[in-house]
Design a protein around this ligand. Structure first.
Ligand code: ZN
Length: 246
């Protein structure tokens, strides 16, 4: 059993009958302190919550029982599904976030997350590749858990979608970016949609496409997050689509 501290939040309701729990969604709190985040996640007026909150020292708080729907995803979509709260477990990681001094997630926090995530995924039978970030399911609104989050570490534990070790990005593919139109943009949109991102197949590199490209970079190519689908980004999108479709 993983040690948890009970910090119940009233901000939850019944799950929807017939909707499976098949996503584990990761967030950062984006607040100045853990205490402030915990207070907000338990404040009925705030109407937000998550199932768990993990402090930087690795302390795990349970706010909402897993069989209840917590309120953490907001307007979101993944692989066509929109009520992400109904089908997910939400974990908040204490971190000030981009607004208050974004910083690396400490080892104690990551170790606690890894253990908790492995436990949840196996108990709830969540497909391991459906361990996602908030920015993946709400790319136009959210940046969390952000480019400092160590997705590679979770992948080594068997959690999350991740490129295969033999993936080699192409180098001779022209970049596509905001405002461009054509078959290369449409191919990219189809790949992003297959991975799960919310895009429309318009053939125009529109704001939704730019947001999805940015989210994909934040998750899979964090050293450059610029919304421009360069050769490496396109290669990643096609490679991840192939894995997601398999
Ligand atoms: Zn979030």
């Amino acid at each position: 059993m993983i040690p948890v501290r009970e910090s119940p939040s009233p901000n939850c309701d019944a799950r929807l009958p017939g909707v499976p729990i098949d996503i584990l969604l990761l967030h950062y709190t984006g607040m100045q302190s853990a205490a402030a985040a915990l207070a907000r996640l338990c404040d009925p007026a705030a109407e937000v919550s998550a199932h768990y909150l993990i402090d930087e020292d690795g302390t795990i708080h349970r706010l909402v029982p897993e069989d209840r729907r917590a309120w953490h995803a907001g307007k979101a979509r993944w692989q066509g599904a929109e009520d992400i709260n109904a089908r997910s477990i939400g974990i908040e990681l204490v971190n000030p976030g981009h607004e208050w001094g974004y910083r690396p997630f400490p080892e104690a926090q990551m170790a606690a997350l890894e253990a908790l995530a492995l436990d949840i995924v196996s108990r709830q039978a969540i497909p391991p590749r459906r361990v996602l970030g908030h920015s993946d399911v709400a790319p136009t609104r959210k940046q969390d858990p952000g480019e400092l989050f160590d997705w590679a570490r979770l992948a080594r534990a068997g959690l999350g979608l991740w490129p295969r070790p033999d993936f080699v990005p192409p180098s001779d593919v022209p970049a596509v970016m905001a405002g461009q139109r054509g078959p290369a943009v449409l191919d990219l949109q189809i790949a992003l949609d297959t991975v799960g991102y919310w895009v429309e197949g318009t053939g125009l590199f529109d704001p939704l496409t730019e947001a999805a490209v940015t989210a994909l970079q934040r998750h899979f190519r964090p050293r450059r997050v610029d919304g421009i689908a360069d050769a490496e980004t396109q290669g990643l999108a096609f490679h991840l689509a192939e894995i997601a479709a398999a």
